[in-house]
Design a protein around this ligand. Structure first.
Ligand code: BES
Ligand code: MN
Ligand code: ZN
Length: 497
C-alpha cells in the first residue's frame, strides 16, 4: 500500500472513504450525513464504529466514524486500532483509496501520524500467501493521512511507521511459513537475503562448526531431525567500538513436536510458530539497519527442528553444554532452553552491554498472561524498566516475573549440574525456564522475553490478522533506541568502552 500525507481539513476531502476518530463526548461531525447515528447509538465508545454512504452529499462516498473511548483512557494504540479499522473497512468495501484523519488534540501530531500509519500498514498485511484465490482479500492500493503537520514534517513519523510496521510484517510473513517451508536452511537463506539487501554483516555456523565448538545442547535437540541445525549471526554497525554494543538472541525451533516427550496432536500445528523469537531477531535487525540505530547490534539465533526419531535425544540423557555445564534432559519438550543455553553462552562471550532474548519458551506463559502481555525476566532492574516502559509506549506490553534463588534451586540436577525441567508438576515453569537460561549468560546484563502466547493471534485483533503477529519487533527496537539514548547521555556506561 502507498501511504501519502496531506495537510488538509476534513471538509476538503475528496476520496472513496473518509475515516474520522471520535472520543466519547466529542461532537459528531457532518450532522447532515450522520443523522442516522442516533439509531445506531454511536457514542464514540472504544472500538465502536459507524459507516454511512454519503449519497453524493460530500466529496467522499463513505464516511467512517471510529470510537476512541473515554479521553482519560486514550493511548496511541487507540489510533493504531483506528488505522486498522479504517484499512479493514476500506478493504471490505473494495475502495481503491481512502483518507484518514490523524487530527486529534489529545495527541502530539507526530505520534498520531505514526500510530495511524502503523495501524493501517499492520492491518494491510493478511496471511494469504498460500491461497490461490485471493479475491476475498482486497488490497487497498492507497491511503492518505491528513494532519496539521506539513508533509515534510510528517515524513519522519511516517518513515518510522513504514520501517517498523514493515519489519513487523516481514516477520509475520516469514513466521507464517509452516515447517515444510521454513526449515532451518530457509531461515539461513532469509538472513543472507536480508544481509544482501542491507548493511548487515552475516555469519552462519553449520553443523560441523557447531560440533567443533561443542555446542552440544543445540546438537542434542537437533539429533532427531533429518535437517542439520544452523547458527545465524547478523551484525549492524559491525566493528564500531565507539558505539554501545547490544545483542538480541532468538529461539528458532522450526517445528516443536516435543521430541520423544511427544506433544498431544491437538493444536500441534501451532508449533510451526516456535521459531517466532528467531524470526523476530531478523525483523529487529532489519529495522535497526533501516533506522540506522546508533548502536552496534548483534542478532543471533540457532534454528533446528525438535522431532522424535531413532536418533533423537531421550529423557535421562546427559549432555555437556557449550559453557561446560552438564545438563540432564528430563523432558525433550523443554528444548528451547537447550538451544538458548548454547546461543546465550556463546554470545555472552562477546561481552555485549546488554543481551535480550526472545523465545516462545513456555506454555505456562499463556496460563499466566493470556495473549496480551509478554513475560519479562531480567537480572537488571534498569534494563527491565527500559523494556517495560518501551512496552507501554509501543503497546507491546510486558509483565516482569521474579527470579528468586528458590526458583533457581528447582533446576538443580540429581545426576548433572542442572536439569531441563524445574518440576514434574509444572510449578512456576516459566520462571524455572528463565532461571535455566540465567545459568548460561555469563556476566551479562540480560533480559528474557517469553513471547509464547503473543507470537500468534488466535482471535481477531484490531489490526493484526489471525496468524503470526510479529509482536516483539517494535518493543525491542524501542528498547534499543532508549538504551542507545541513555548510553549517549552517559547514564548507562557501556562497561566495555
Ligand atoms: N514451544 C513450547 C512452549 C509453547 C507451548 C509455546 C505452547 C507456545 C504455545 C516449549 O518448547 C515447550 O514445549 N515447553 C514446555 C516445557 C515443559 C516440558 C517443561 C511447556 O511449557 O509445557
Ligand atoms: Mn517444546
Ligand atoms: Zn518449543
Amino acid at each position: 500500500m502507498q501511504l501519502k500525507l496531506k495537510n488538509a481539513d476534513v471538509n476538503e476531502v475528496k476520496d472513496e472513504l473518509l475515516a474520522i476518530a471520535i472520543a466519547q463526548g466529542d461532537l459528531i461531525p457532518f450532522p447532515e450525513l450522520t443523522k442516522g447515528i442516533m439509531k445506531k447509538s454511536f457514542e464514540g465508545k472504544a472500538g465502536q464504529f459507524y459507516i454511512t454512504d454519503t449519497q453524493g452529499k460530500a466529496g467522499f462516498r463513505k464516511l467512517l466514524l471510529y470510537g476512541l473511548g473515554e479521553k482519560k483512557d486514550l493511548t496511541l494504540d487507540n489510533l493504531r486500532r483506528f488505522g486498522g479499522a479504517a484499512c479493514r473497512a476500506a478493504s471490505a468495501s473494495r475502495c481503491p483509496s481512502f483518507t484518514i484523519s490523524a487530527l486529534n488534540e489529545c495527541f502530539a501530531p507526530e505520534g498520531a501520524v505514526q500510530a495511524v500509519a502503523e495501524g493501517i500498514l499492520l492491518a494491510d498485511y493478511k496471511p494469504t500467501k498460500f491461497k490461490t484465490k485471493k479475491d476475498d482479500f482486497f488490497d487497498v492500493p492507497e491511503a492518505t493521512i491528513i494532519s496539521k503537520l506539513d508533509a515534510s514534517d510528517s515524513r519522519v513519523p511516517l518513515g518510522k511507521a513504514i520501517i517498523l510496521a514493515g519489519a513487523q510484517n516481514y516477520v509475520r510473513d516469514i513466521d507464517e511459513n509452516p515447517a515444510n517451508i521454513a526449515t532451518p536452511q530457509r531461515l539461513e537463506e532469509e538472513a543472507r537475503k536480508l544481509a544482501k539487501s542491507s548493511s548487515l554483516a552475516v555469519t552462519v555456523l553449520g553443523k560441523e562448526e557447531l560440533k567443533k565448538l561443542k555446542m552440544n545442547a543445540i546438537l542434542a535437540v537437533n539429533q532427531g531431525s533429518a535437517l542439520p541445525p544452523v547458527f545465524v549471526m547478523l551484525e549492524h554497525n559491525k566493528g564500531r567500538k565507539d558505539l554501545p554494543f547490544y545483542a538480541v538472541v532468538g529461539k528458532g525451533i522450526t517445528f516443536d513436536s516435543g521430541g520423544i516427550s511427544l506433544k498431544p496432536s491437538k493444536g500441534m500445528q501451532e508449533m510451526k510458530y516456535d521459531k517466532s523469537g528467531a524470526v523476530c531477531v531478523l525483523g529487529i535487525m532489519k529495522a535497526a539497519s533501516e533506522m540506522k540505530l546508533p548502536v552496534r547490534l548483534l542478532g543471533a539465533f540457532a534454528a533446528t527442528e525438535n522431532l522424535p526419531s531413532g536418533s533423537a535425544q531421550k529423557p535421562g540423557d546427559i549432555i555437556t553444554a557449550y559453557s561446560g555445564k552438564t545438563i540432564e534432559i528430563l523432558n525433550t519438550d523443554a528444548e528451547g532452553r537447550l538451544i538458548l543455553a548454547d546461543s546465550l553462552a556463546y554470545i555472552s562471550e562477546m561481552k555485549p552491554d546488554a543481551m535480550i532474548d526472545l523465545a516462545t519458551l513456555t506454555g505456562a506463559m499463556i496460563t499466566c498472561l493470556g495473549h496480551n502481555r509478554i513475560g519479562l525476566f531480567s537480572n537488571d532492574d534498569q534494563l527491565a524498566k527500559t523494556i517495560s516502559d518501551s512496552g507501554e509506549s509501543v503497546f507491546e506490553r510486558v509483565w516482569r516475573f521474579p527470579m528468586d534463588s528458590e526458583y533457581k534451586e528447582m533446576n538443580k540436577g540429581d545426576f548433572a549440574d542442572i536439569k531441563n525441567m524445574g518440576s514434574e508438576t509444572g510449578e512456576a515453569s516459566s520462571i524455572t525456564a528463565a532461571c535455566f537460561l540465567g545459568e548460561f549468560i555469563g556476566e551479562c546484563r540480560w533480559a528474557h522475553l517469553d513471547i509464547a502466547g503473543v507470537d500468534n493471534m488466535t482471535e481477531k485483533h484490531p489490526y493484526l490478522s489471525k496468524g503470526a503477529s510479529g509482536i516483539g519487533v517494535r518493543l525491542v527496537v524501542e528498547a534499543l533506541s532508549r538504551l542507545a539514548e541513555s548510553a549517549e547521555r552517559g547514564a548507562v556506561g557501556g562497561k566495555n568502552r
